[in-house]
Design a protein around this ligand. Structure first.
Ligand code: ADP
Ligand code: MG
Length: 237
């Protein structure tokens, strides 16, 4: 992202954002509520437009619309706070539909790959159920499998554990740590320090629409440089 700006009316929500994420890198984005973290994620796959600046994915600029945009979106997996599964489709269908529709996979291929992914995230035995029959932690792991089924180049996670009961947070974070260790490129909005310490290469601290600080997790959590980061960490730790 270079020189990215975004307004909602008079509100300047992304202020000259410059952020480069290398292949295989895991970047944790942290910051107070309202600082623009979700807007940043949403801008990356064009769920939000930007006013100026540019965003390149694997060297390519985001297309405005149409089939090219659909393909680009498929390169960017996204997992939200609310699991956003298709409520009336089985777990298996949730994971096979996208690859068949957007990637042109046959039903057989899509199913085989989906079962591999559901096994990887530990919910293969739930494949025939509807999302509502699963726990929140299981649903979120299905959402991760669904995103991975599209073979994305980068995965975005926007507070993936903040709607979960405490006992389910680790099962989702463990899945994400495993993905990070396998070399997936990831941008993760989370306040889970344990995840940042285990998996992040870099922590980006946002406040008021700006990237205020970037450092290693160790540096950030033990020795934040800016007053804003100190203040924020004082509140969440
Ligand atoms: P965060 O994810 O860090 O909490 P957001 O990116 O959701 O922050 O929001 C940044 C700012 O933009 C907030 O002030 C929020 O109220 C505002 N905002 C977000 N989405 C919209 C929208 N669709 N319309 C108007 N304002 C919005
Ligand atoms: Mg948010």
């Amino acid at each position: 992202m270079s020189h990215v700006n975004k307004h909602f009316g008079d509100l300047h929500v992304l202020k000259d954002i410059n952020l480069e994420v290398a292949r295989g890198e895991v970047v944790v984005v942290i910051g107070p509520s309202g600082s623009g973290k979700s807007t940043l994620c949403r801008a990356i796959n064009r769920l939000e437009s930007i006013d100026d600046g540019e965003i390149l994915i694997d060297g390519k600029r985001l297309p405005e619309e149409g089939a090219a945009l659909a393909r680009l979106r498929a390169d960017v997996g996204m997992v939200f706070q609310s699991f956003n599964l298709f409520a009336h489709k089985s777990v298996l269908q949730n994971v096979t539909l996208g690859p068949m529709k957007v990637r042109g996979r046959s039903p057989g291929e899509a199913k085989e790959r989906a079962m591999e992914l559901l096994t990887r995230v530990g919910v293969a035995n739930q494949a025939e159920k509807l999302p509502a029959q699963l726990s929140g932690g299981q649903q979120q792991r299905v959402a991760i499998a669904r995103a991975l089924a599209m073979e994305p180049k980068v995965m975005l996670f926007d507070e993936p554990t903040s709607a979960l009961d405490p006992e389910m947070i680790n099962e989702v974070l463990d899945t994400m740590v495993a993905l990070a260790k396998q070399g997936m490129t990831m941008i993760v909005v989370t306040h889970e320090m344990g995840f940042a310490r285990k998996a992040a290469d870099r922590v980006v601290f946002m406040a008021d629409g700006m990237i205020v600080e970037e450092s290693t997790p160790e540096e950030f959590f033990t020795n934040p440089r800016s007053e804003r980061a100190k203040d924020f960490l004082g509140k969440i730790l």
